[in-house]
Design a protein around this ligand. Structure first.
Ligand SMILES: Nc1nc2c(ncn2[C@@H]2O[C@H](COP(=O)(O)OP(=O)(O)O)[C@@H](O)[C@H]2O)c(=O)[nH]1
Ligand SMILES: [Mg+2]
Length: 203
């Protein structure tokens, strides 16, 4: 849930990059940090957690508007993906407002993507949040590897595996070249802000 700072007239919300280990979450964040430097506030913070890192920094969603006259600030987070860091992953999801699920396009990672999406669903459920309700965007990452001859899944296959029921916006991307990285984030920010605006009209 977003945090209101009445004095500063600021709303702070949280978007988490989720996905299996090695799918490219950190690479996404590093790309955004560099390519959108003007929208980044402060430094990238790295918290060492049980041998892996949780990264975050503040991001200003310029051009997406205000909420009730308040400036919006977004914290972008990554979680450690390896199976054994399940407790950290759950912790990072605390107070989450939007999720970017990064799927690995490599054929050999097919199963891992699906397990990670289930894991996300379960962890959100423990906070009383439905995967079907939270602002969610899927990124089909590592599309650039096709040119190097790596066996990748087709987008259609990945959509069937991960997005058949959810039907959320999805983007082919390469966190390595940056292609699709901004589009994925922008869509998730849009959905997140829209959802917060709606919540505030009711609440
Ligand atoms: N070719 C290519 N490599 C990528 C891409 N995204 C991540 N990688 C590589 O995959 C490895 C794991 O990426 P990382 O961001 O650390 O994954 P994380 O565990 O999800 O944070 C690193 O060697 C990255 O350079 C991509 O889109 N294309
Ligand atoms: Mg990482």
């Amino acid at each position: 849930m977003a945090i209101f700072n009445i004095k500063k007239r600021e709303i702070e919300c949280k978007i988490v990059y989720y996905g299996p280990g090695r799918c490219g979450k950190t690479t996404n964040l590093e790309y955004i940090f560099k390519a959108y430097k003007k929208q980044v506030e402060g430094e990238m913070v790295s918290v060492n957690t049980e041998g892996d890192r949780t990264l975050f920094f503040d991001f200003l969603p310029i051009g997406l508007g205000k909420i009730k006259g308040c400036e919006v600030k977004i914290q972008l987070y990554t979680v450690p993906g390896q199976v054994q860091y399940s407790s950290t992953r759950k912790l990072v999801l605390r107070g989450v407002d939007g999720v970017i699920f990064v799927a690995d396009s490599l054929e050999v990672r097919r199963e891992k993507n699906m397990i990670s999406l289930k894991d996300l669903q379960q962890n959100l459920k423990e906070y009383g949040i439905s995967l079907f309700k939270i602002p969610l965007v899927i990124q089909h990452n590592k599309r650039d590897l096709a040119e190097q001859g790596f066996p990748l899944m087709s987008i259609e296959q990945m959509e069937r595996d991960l997005n058949r029921q959810l039907k959320v916006p999805s983007f082919p991307a390469s966190a390595f070249t940056g292609q699709g990285v901004g589009a994925t984030l922008k869509e998730c920010m849009k959905l997140t802000l829209k959802s917060l605006q709606k919540e505030m009209q009711i609440g």
